[in-house]
Write a protein that binds this ligand. Structure first.
Ligand SMILES: Cc1ncc(COP(=O)(O)O)c(C=O)c1O
Length: 428
């Protein structure tokens, strides 16, 4: 299919700044651009005295005409911010607030341009993948991963996975597995890392994180490496040894061949699950990042139309409030307390499972003994004990302590053990 001249113009500019990034773009990534259509023209005219551009119902001077039941509920908010369209790339104020938050986490973010707003973190991952991931491409990912990655990279985009064991023999992150698996893929390679991780609640130690970054930089010596950093559970760490900083920061400016992509948002960090505000940030040269944002605006315009304005506005209010950091810490402490109770409940010996190391996030993972099927255990647990958990493949059970009251933790573990005991031991 031919490339639209507007897309060609963006591609030429990317090529001039960094040919490795142009080469890394998928066919869709190369075709994408933000057209000079209605949102573009409306943005150009936004300060005009008379404005007949956008299909947004207003009083004629820029104010919305909200319906009373909604307006009454949102009466304390500025109606324009609450009811009118967001710009396609996200509200400037929201993008600036998130960028400032990331700069506070790590000064290297100063070198990186503001991210583009997405409709939640999954959408940020999908947009990142659409830009760079091509049918037939390989994604390197640890063997314990969020199941939705299969929908994005395999079902939607028709690539395949190459996995390595998440843990090494000592229960730390399997650095050598990562190194060997990256080395086993010829040419352009994609890597997805999610810390703190879902489903197994692990955040590397600071020295592990540094070593992971070194392995990635080394892998990018002679070919393009695209790294998807899924930071959905950022900040939810419960041990001093668990890093709370994103891997993304350690990848900024390390190599022309390295394309770090940061996917994060309000879902877990701000406990705003239904808000659907995420960010995709490009850890590349700022000018190039600007063009990639333009390409994302084409994807957003053609996919979800525009991101949710109201929840971006609420996010800005939250981040600007002097209570914000204390509020986050209060939430983290609630989880920390459940984490401690769960660790305690899991500390008693059992023949039914092995607890995989966890120190962060919202989950822990149990590897069931031989002879148990995780889906059968899960279903029997619902039937016999009225307890819901998730099976991860055939062997693992995931416990989401983020949604458990502390008093339910011990009863859950006991119920799970009772159910496991009902299945016969494998005689070998
Ligand atoms: C690892 C991981 N990444 C991304 C997401 C998606 O977040 P969102 O709900 O913002 O799309 C989740 C949600 O469960 C997740 O566990």
């Amino acid at each position: 299919m031919s490339i639209h001249p507007e897309a060609q113009e963006r591609n030429d500019r990317i090529q001039a700044i960094n040919p490795a990034i142009f080469e890394a773009l998928s066919p869709l990534g190369r075709r994408s651009f933000f057209p000079k259509g209605i949102p573009f023209q409306a943005a150009q005219s936004k300060n005009c005295e008379i404005n007949a551009t956008i299909g947004q119902i207003t009083d004629g001077v820029g104010n919305p005409l909200p319906l009373a039941p909604m307006a009454e509920k949102l009466a304390s908010l500025n109606a324009k911010d609450a009811f009118l369209y967001s710009p396609i790339q996200g509200r400037d104020t929201a993008r600036k607030a998130w960028h400032a938050k990331l700069v506070k986490e790590d000064g290297r973010m100063e070198q990186v341009a503001m991210g583009v707003v997405s409709a939640g973190i999954c959408h940020a991952l999908n947009m990142a993948a659409e830009l760079f991931f091509t049918e037939g491409d390989t994604l390197v990912v640890p063997d314990l991963y969020w199941d939705n990655y299969e929908q994005i990279f395999q079902i939607r985009l028709q690539g395949s996975f190459k996995t390595f064991h998440f843990y090494n023999a000592l229960g730390g992150f399997n650095l050598e597995g990562l190194r060997a698996t990256l080395a086993s893929v010829q040419g352009k390679v994609h890597l997805l890392l999610n810390f703190p991780s879902n489903p197994n609640g692990y955040s590397p130690t600071p020295s592990e994180m540094k070593a992971i970054a070194e392995v990635i930089v080394e892998a990018a010596a002679n070919r393009t490496v695209i790294v998807f950093c899924d930071d959905a559970y950022h900040g939810l760490v419960f041990e001093p040894t668990a890093t709370s900083k994103s891997l993304f920061f350690d990848l900024i400016g390390r190599s022309k061949n390295l394309i770090p992509l940061k996917c994060d948002g309000v879902t877990k960090e701000l406990s705003f699950f239904g808000g659907r505000v995420g960010f995709l940030t490009f850890g590349v040269d700022k000018d190039c990042a600007g063009i990639l944002v333009d390409k994302c605006m084409g994807l957003i315009r053609s996919g979800i139309g525009s991101p949710v304005g109201l929840s971006q506005y609420l996010m800005e209010i939250e981040l600007a409030d002097p209570r914000h950091e204390d509020e986050f810490e209060k939430m983290r402490k609630v989880l920390q307390s459940r984490y401690a109770t769960l660790k305690q409940a899991l500390s008693r010996p059992t023949k039914q499972w092995e607890v995989l190391p966890f120190n962060a996030g919202c989950f822990c993972l149990l590897k069931l003994r031989a002879g148990l099927n995780a889906d059968e255990v899960r279903q029997k647990l619902i039937h016999d004990e009225s307890v819901g958990v998730v099976n991860q493949g055939d062997k693992h059970i995931r416990l989401a302590f983020c949604s458990l009251k502390e008093a339910s933790i011990e009863p859950l573990i006991s119920a799970l053990e009772r159910v496991c005991e009902k299945f016969p031991l494998l005689v070998t």
